[in-house]
Design a protein around this ligand. Structure first.
Ligand code: SAH
Ligand code: SF4
Length: 436
C-alpha cells in the first residue's frame, strides 16, 4: 500500500501498517482534519504566512473545523476575503466518504464509510432515552482473532488516521445536524457569519478570536452525547492515532466532549493501558469474557500473551479508576462456554481479589453467519447476572441494538472483506492450481 508505513508499537507486539500523519492527496492539497493546532500553524507558516498570522489563523481554523463543523473555507467569515481562496488552493477539510447509511427499526444507525485510499469501515450511532452513543472504529480489520467476533475474521488492512477517527464524530454531527449555530450577539471582533452581519476581516482580529462559548455536549440538547471506541479494531494497537483523535474530541475549543463521556474498550493490551490512562484519561472498558486461562486463551487469544492476572493488575493500576469512574468489564454470554454459575462466582472472586472498582456488562452474543457459538439462554444470563449483582457489583445485561442491520457488538465487518483468511488462502491455492 503506498500510503502506509510500518509503525512499531511499544510492548511486545508486532508492527502493524499505519498511515503517515499526512496522506498526500492526488491534487497536492493537505487535509486539515485530524491535525493538531501546532501542526496546522506550522503548515500555514510553510505555505508563507508570517508566524503571528499563522498562529492566529490556526486558532481560527481550529474553531471553524471542530466547533462549527465547517468544511468550506468560504464559510469562514472572519477570514479576509483574499485569504479564503488562498487556503482553498492549499488545503481541504475532509470527511470520510459515506458509502451506505442504514437505519435499524430500533433507531440505531450504521454508516459504511470509505477512506480516501478506498478502504471501507463502519461506525454506529445508538440513541437512547437519555443519551446518544457513537461507536467509533479505530482500525480497518483487527490483528486479533477473538473467536466470537466478526471483525476478528478480517485481516488488519491498516490503522485509521487521527483524521479518519475524529472524522467519524464530525460526520455523525453532520448527519444529526448538531453543529452549533452562530452566536446571536457576536461580541467585538467575533462575527460568526450570522446573516445580516458584516464579516470581520483580518485586522480586527489581531490578538484573539472571540467566538461564542466553546460547545458542550449535553444530554438535554444534543443527540450525540457519548463516544465508545468499540467499533472495528483494537484501539490500543493504534494508540498514537486514537490518542490524537480523542484529544481533538476533548479539546475545549473544539468538539469539547468530556472525557467522562468517552470509553475506550480494549481486549487487554496490557503494556499500553497505563499510557491510555495517563495520556488519554478516558473511561476504560476491558473485554474480559472469561475467567479461566483455558477459556480466555481460546476465545480472546491475546490472553496467551497477557494473562488474566496481569490484565487485572493493569486495571487496578489504571489511573483515575475509582468508585466514581469504575472500569467496565465486558463479558459476552456464550452458551456452555463461559456462562456457568461457577464462572460468575470466579468473576466475583477475581474482581474482589484485585479490589477493582468495577461494573460488569453482560453482552448477549450476537451471531453472525459462520459463527460457531450460540448465545446463552435468558435464564442462564439472569442467573449469572444475579450472582454478580448479589456480590454488590452492578451487572446489567446489554440490550442488543441494531441487530437487523448487523450493527450490534461484534457484527461489524465490511462487505469488501467478507472472506475469511482460510477462504482466501483456499481460493489463492485454487487459482494457482488452475493457472499451472
Ligand atoms: N477491540 C476492542 C473493541 C472493539 S469490540 C475490544 O475487543 O474490546 C467491542 C466489544 O464487542 C468487545 O467487548 C467485544 O468483545 C464485543 N464483541 C465482539 N464480538 C461480539 C459478538 N459477536 N457478540 C457480542 N459482543 C461481541
Ligand atoms: Fe479485535 Fe476486539 Fe474483535 Fe477481538 S473483539 S477481534 S480485539 S475487534
Amino acid at each position: 500500500m503506498p500510503d502506509t508505513t510500518l509503525m512499531t508499537i511499544p510492548g511486545q507486539v508486532d508492527p502493524v501498517p499505519t498511515s503517515r500523519d499526512i496522506t498526500p492527496r492526488s491534487d497536492g492539497r493537505v487535509d486539515l482534519l485530524g491535525l493538531p493546532r501546532p501542526r496546522i500553524r506550522a503548515l500555514l507558516e510553510e505555505a508563507g504566512l508570517d508566524p503571528k498570522q499563522a498562529k492566529l489563523r490556526a486558532k481560527q481554523l481550529f474553531h471553524w473545523l471542530y466547533h462549527r463543523g465547517v468544511t468550506e473555507f468560504d464559510a469562514m467569515t472572519d477570514m479576509a476575503k483574499t485569504l479564503r481562496p488562498w487556503l482553498a488552493e492549499r488545503f481541504v477539510i475532509g470527511r470520510p466518504e459515506v458509502v451506505e447509511a442504514q437505519h435499524s427499526s430500533d433507531g440505531t444507525r450504521k454508516w459504511l464509510l470509505k477512506t480516501s485510499d478506498g478502504h471501507e469501515f463502519e461506525m454506529v450511532f445508538i440513541p437512547d432515552d437519555d443519551r446518544g452513543t457513537l461507536c467509533v472504529s479505530s482500525q480497518i480489520g483487527c490483528t486479533l482473532n477473538c473467536t466470537f467476533c466478526h471483525t476478528g475474521t478480517m485481516r488488519l488492512v491498516r490503522n485509521l488516521t487521527p483524521g479518519e477517527i475524529v472524522g467519524q464524530v464530525m460526520l455523525a454531527r453532520d448527519s444529526l445536524g448538531e453543529w452549533p449555530k452562530a452566536s446571536a450577539s457576536p461580541r467585538a471582533g467575533g462575527d460568526l457569519g450570522q446573516p445580516g452581519t458584516t464579516p470581520t476581516e483580518t485586522p480586527a482580529f489581531a490578538g484573539d478570536h472571540d467566538h461564542d462559548e466553546p460547545g458542550e455536549y449535553r444530554a438535554d440538547g444534543r443527540l450525540l452525547t457519548n463516544i465508545v471506541m468499540m467499533g472495528m479494531g483494537e484501539p490500543l494497537y493504534n494508540f498514537d492515532n486514537v490518542r490524537d483523535a480523542l484529544q481533538l474530541v476533548m479539546d475545549g475549543e473544539g468538539l469539547a466532549l468530556s472525557k467522562r463521556r468517552i470509553t475506550l474498550s480494549t481486549s487487554g493490551v496490557v503494556p499500553m493501558m497505563a499510557r491510555c490512562g495517563e495520556e488519554i484519561g478516558v473511561n476504560l472498558a476491558v473485554s474480559l469474557h472469561a475467567v479461566t486461562k483455558e477459556v480466555r486463551d481460546e476465545i480472546v487469544p491475546i490472553n496467551r500473551k497477557y494473562g488474566i492476572e496481569e490484565l487485572l493488575q493493569a486495571c487496578a493500576d489504571y489511573p483515575s479508576a475509582n468508585n466514581a469512574r469504575r472500569i467496565t468489564f465486558e463479558y459476552v454470554m456464550l452458551k456452555d462456554k463461559n456462562d456457568s454459575d461457577a464462572d460468575a462466582h470466579e468473576l466475583v472472586r477475581l474482581l474482589r481479589q484485585y479490589d477493582l472498582p468495577a461494573k460488569v456488562n453482560l453482552i448477549p452474543f450476537n451471531p453472525w453467519s459462520g459463527s460457531i457459538y450460540e448465545c446463552s439462554t435468558p435464564e442462564r444470563i439472569r442467573s449469572f447476572s444475579g450472582i454478580v449483582f448479589d456480590a454488590g457489583i452492578s451487572a446489567p445485561v446489554r440490550t442488543p441494538r441494531g441487530r437487523d442491520i448487523d450493527a450490534a457488538c461484534g457484527q461489524l465487518k465490511t462487505s469488501a472483506e467478507k472472506k475469511s483468511r482460510a477462504q482466501r488462502d483456499r481460493e489463492a491455492a485454487e487459482n494457482e492450481t488452475a493457472a499451472a
